[in-house]
Write a protein that binds this ligand. Structure first.
Ligand SMILES: [Mg+2]
Length: 193
């Protein structure tokens, strides 16, 4: 029963390989006005400050498409979030305590949008996806940038993710044509997962 609850609550609406595969114009067209972005292994490698040029370019593209952006991170240190947020020119929240709904809802209120107008983007099912779903937001799961560099608790979470899902990340939804993989709607393909 717990497993079926988790499967329902932990199901992302969209699965992509990386943030660069998210189509900001398509999200805007379906009524999304703001993106709440995870930091570690979504925008940058864990414990890294290095923003890849393609990530910065994607953020710029999202902004041009009319989306507001905000980093929502569980990291306890603002020293890590602040430089990345500054480089991207977007606001941030640290110590978000995801999967708590509070930080997501507060960020949405700060940006002046309702939960249904928000998409949560992150690499972890039990923090980003579960929290986003609980907050009534669209959820987008990305593959972690680097699975070899992760906090020990994150590694344990990955094991639990596999128990619940048997692997839902985009690279494990194999053999789909590239165009199909882009912005894959998992709700549509949930039967096959
Ligand atoms: Mg993360």
């Amino acid at each position: 029963m717990i497993r079926s609850y988790l499967r329902r609550r932990c199901r992302p609406d969209i699965v992509v390989a990386s943030v660069q595969e998210i189509d900001p114009e398509a999200l805007r067209a379906r009524g999304i006005r703001a993106l709440l972005l995870d930091l570690d292994n979504t925008l940058v490698m864990w414990r890294s400050f290095d923003l890849r040029a393609e990530v910065s370019a994607w953020v710029e593209r999202a902004r041009r498409a009319g989306l507001q952006l905000c980093i929502v991170s569980n990291t306890s240190s603002t020293r890590r979030v602040e430089p990345v947020a500054r480089q991207l020119g977007i606001p941030y929240t640290a110590r978000a305590a995801k999967p708590s709904r509070r930080a997501f809802r507060r960020a949405a209120a700060l940006l002046g949008v309702s939960p249904s107008q928000v998409a949560v983007v992150g690499d972890q099912i039990f923090t980003d996806v579960l929290g986003g779903n609980r907050a009534g937001m669209l959820t987008i799961l990305v593959n972690p940038i680097n699975r070899d560099r992760e906090f020990i608790s994150t590694r344990i979470m990955r094991l639990l993710e596999r128990l619940v899902w048997g692997g839902i990340h985009a690279d494990r939804v194999a053999l789909a044509p590239a165009a199909e993989r882009e912005c894959r709607e998992t709700r549509r393909s949930a039967d096959t997962l």
